[in-house]
Design a protein. Structure first.
Length: 317
């Protein structure tokens, strides 16, 4: 698909450049059917090659609250919670500070709630509004035997949790590959730069971007990992499509207890005597991809990016 002048008619002037005449699109937005995890039952794709099957996954709110898990980084990659939070803040700022046209940023605000006591990825599915995104470094990755700095590996994974049939993402916890990142500890500056690049890719997923079809894109599935990478113009078009410029008023960030622990989630559900109906959903099962409109379901995807380490002289899968 190529954008035409007629497609741009009616759009705000600040967004006209997103669909410039003759310009192809490589970015993909997240849908319920994830083409990276549905090889046995391929997703329906649009003319660009992006998944278009099932619900379009979009953040429940343009005000997103993020925290880091306490103590997940010091032993693994040698930085404390505050430094980890600073890197994640920088990673999100790469998306929130882009120019969507005319100097206008995306209509998106990411707020940080510091470090929280969270033992693992968790979402209070019965109460979608009582959730925040929690980031951690983990060794629970399927690393290849004898993994090295230049070995192809899963750098991180993001798990968006969303309601159906509306596809509203209310939680997107992120794990980063601690074993692989620890291989760069001998050069803390390089490690921090690579950490920010990996975090920026996962932040794109958390905000609703799927893997790009452009090998040069930060959101490409097997993206080239170099310190301090930034979104490409096509990445920028993607985030501005998800979050057109808008004026936002966000309440100060809070950390509901229900967002971190099942027992607190259950207690809150009992206290409120409400919440949505919950069901599990296998997104690779074609029969389960389209929800009954009479039931609000909760489902999950898991984005995993395979990295390539890039240097000035070589690129490795």
């Amino acid at each position: 698909m190529r954008c035409t002048k007629s497609q741009a008619i009616g759009l705000a002037l600040s967004l006209l450049w997103l669909c410039a005449p003759g310009e192809s699109r490589a970015f993909c937005l997240a849908y319920q059917c994830d083409p990276d995890n549905s090889a046995s039952v391929p997703c329906e794709r649009d003319a660009n090659g992006c998944s278009m099957e099932g619900a379009a996954l979009r953040r429940r709110s343009n005000c997103v609250t993020v925290a880091v898990a306490q103590g997940s980084t010091k032993n693994e990659i040698g930085i404390d919670d505050n430094e980890f939070a600073a890197v994640i803040t920088e990673a999100f700022s790469l998306w929130t500070n882009v120019d969507c046209g005319g100097g206008s940023p995306p209509g998106l605000k990411v707020q940080f709630a510091g470090a929280v006591a969270a033992n693992g990825p968790f979402a209070c599915e019965a109460l979608p509004a009582q959730n925040i995104d929690v980031w951690r470094v983990s060794n629970a990755f399927p690393n290849p035997s004898g993994v090295t700095q230049t070995t192809g590996a899963i750098a991180g994974r993001t798990k968006p949790i969303f309601t159906l049939p509306n596809g509203k993402i209310f939680d997107a916890d992120v794990e980063l590959n601690g074993l692989w990142l620890s291989l760069f500890l001998q050069d803390p500056v390089q490690m921090r730069g690579i950490l920010r690049t990996v975090a920026a890719h996962e932040a794109g997923h958390a905000l609703g971007l799927a893997h790009s079809l452009d090998a040069k894109s930060l959101m490409f599935r097997a993206y080239e990992v170099m310190p301090m990478r930034i979104p490409t113009p096509d990445d920028v078009r993607g985030i501005c499509t998800l979050f057109p410029p808008a004026s936002l008023q966000c309440a100060p960030p809070v950390v509901p207890a229900a967002a971190l622990r099942q027992v607190d989630c259950d207690n809150e559900v009992s206290a409120s005597a409400g919440g949505c109906s919950v069901a599990s959903l296998d997104h690779t099962n074609r029969q389960s991809r389209h929800a009954d409109l009479g039931l609000l379901l909760v489902a999950a995807l898991a984005f995993a990016g395979y990295l390539r380490l890039g240097t000035q002289s070589s690129r490795h899968r």
